[in-house]
Write a protein that binds this ligand. Structure first.
Ligand code: CMX
Length: 434
């Protein structure tokens, strides 16, 4: 049976001539034009990035390698006795675009198990950090400290051909991805469980081992698998993916690049929104001495937040114009496993009330919930009540997508990213007002 790396190389060889032809024969064909509003407005909607890993349709939501979330979950081999697929099989799928067989998946599981041991100095570095450091800062630092292990940097320094760069990028990415669950779980148990790390179980798959190292019983293993897959990729323009690819485009290795992506994910308008959602919801419950608010009280709280100039966390999106299918997938899980959970009931009520309030408010282009609107509720239900930790879970999932992207970036020889900037004077000249 060919290894994932061999299958990937075959795919790379198939794709390279497509890139060469597009560049050579059609390089001058216009994909898009850029307006002043787009240049000032965060490059919204400008088609200028390339990725085959996932695509985000504003009306439909994300497709991983052409498959919707439901199709992805249905197609991939599942962990025996579990309702969700192996993360390792999903990695195979994102990298190659092919749905792996159970045997191919188990081969990746075994490969990841062998890559899993985290160098001891990473844990020592984490232990030396102040315990009240935000866990995202800890994660980013741990990843960058592990840069010492980078094969990409070593082989680049030894001198290697551009066409081979994908190979050590693949090795670094697999090593990093295989080790991230242990690092994330270590941070959790260091910060919140009195420094009581649980060693990895070498027999378990990535999701199962993560639940084990967190010390949380099933079905949390399925929560981990679902959560990591859902958060993996959302095409390339979002801050964490774009940052990772941007840094990697300077031929920085996977450790530097992903650490930078983690820093981007830590912003409250991006991944940190999942901690903000629970902070916001619980703020309301505290005001009501733990009582679930009525719909009217919730609407009033939404207005209070909006009128004080703050955003409603977990709602709105830069690209999506409907309820995020990643929100719906988590809702499905909640309906099955925690339909009576108090926070979940509140999230459901918010889903009923918030879109109308946001529409009436009239600013947000998309009044519907995004992925962050209820992910914290599931984590809280299984005992992770430290909501500042939720974005770390997002980051472990996001690694799958961004690392797949940077392997392909090197495989297809994508160059250093270097968009052009203009001055306000220049824009006024173009607008004819100066
Ligand atoms: N609550 C209040 N106002 C909102 C809003 C929300 N949830 N979503 C958008 N708006 C406002 C924007 O702040 C903007 O206001 P200004 O014109 O005063 O600047 C206006 O509506 C238009 O924004 P938009 O075009 O609809 O959305 P953007 O592309 O600018 O921003 C996002 C997208 C996600 C940053 C924004 O919807 C937001 O801040 N949401 C809340 C935070 C959040 O949930 N982030 C997580 C997103 C998913 C993820 O990456 O994890």
């Amino acid at each position: 049976m060919p290894r994932l790396k061999d299958v990937l190389f075959k795919k790379i060889e198939e794709q390279r001539p497509r890139v060469t032809r597009l560049l050579k024969e059609f390089g001058r064909v216009e994909l898009d034009r850029v307006s002043i509003a787009q240049a000032i407005g965060g490059v919204r909607g400008v088609k200028c990035l390339v990725s085959d890993i996932s695509y985000l349709d504003p009306e439909e939501g994300v497709r991983f390698r052409g498959k919707t979330i439901a199709e992805t979950f249905a197609a991939l081999p599942r962990v025996p006795g579990s309702e969700y697929p192996f993360v390792e099989g999903f990695w195979y799928f994102l990298l190659t675009g092919e749905v792996p067989t159970m045997d191919q998946t188990l081969q990746v599981v075994k490969d990841f198990q062998a890559r899993r041991p985290v160098p001891g100095y990473v844990f020592e570095a984490l232990r030396a950090m102040p315990r009240d450091l935000h866990p995202m800062a800890m994660l980013s630092a741990a990843v960058v400290v592990m840069q010492r292990e980078s094969l990409f940097s070593r082989r680049y320094n030894e001198g290697m051909s551009k066409g081979d760069l994908w190979d050590p990028m693949y090795e670094d990415s697999c090593n990093l991805l295989a080790r991230l669950p242990a690092i994330a779980a270590f941070i959790y148990r260091l910060k919140y469980k009195g420094d009581t790390p649980i060693p990895s179980d070498p027999e378990l798959d990535l999701g199962g081992d993560f639940a084990h190292m967190m010390g949380i019983a099933p079905p949390y293993d399925d929560v981990a698998r679902m959560y990591f897959i859902l958060h993996s990729d959302h095409e390339s323009g979002n801050v964490s993916t774009h940052t990772t690819r941007l840094v990697a485009s300077a031929l920085a290795d996977a450790y530097y690049s992903f650490s930078a992506g983690v820093n981007g994910l830590s912003g409250p308008l991006h991944g940190l929104a999942n901690q903000e959602v629970l902070r916001w919801i619980q703020g309301k419950m505290e005001k009501l001495d733990g009582r679930i608010p009525t719909e009217e009280e919730l609407a009033a709280y939404l207005w209070e937040t909006l009128n004080s100039g703050q955003v409603i966390p977990g709602y709105g999106h830069a690209v999506l114009r409907r309820t995020d299918p990643r929100f719906e997938a988590q809702m499905e899980f909640c309906e099955k496993y925690l339909p009576d959970d108090k926070l979940y009931r509140l999230v459901k009520m918010l889903y009923k009330v918030a879109p109308n309030v946001l529409r009436e408010h009239g600013k947000a282009r998309n009044p519907w919930p995004n992925v962050d609107a209820q992910s914290g509720v599931i984590q809280w239900h299984y005992g992770i009540t430290q909501y500042e930790y939720y974005t770390v879970l997002f980051a472990v999932g996001r690694a799958i997508g961004v690392l797949a992207n940077i392997i392909w970036d090197r495989a297809l020889g994508y160059p250093l990213e270097r968009p052009k900037s203009v001055t306000l004077d220049m824009m006024e000249d173009v607008a004819g007002i100066r």
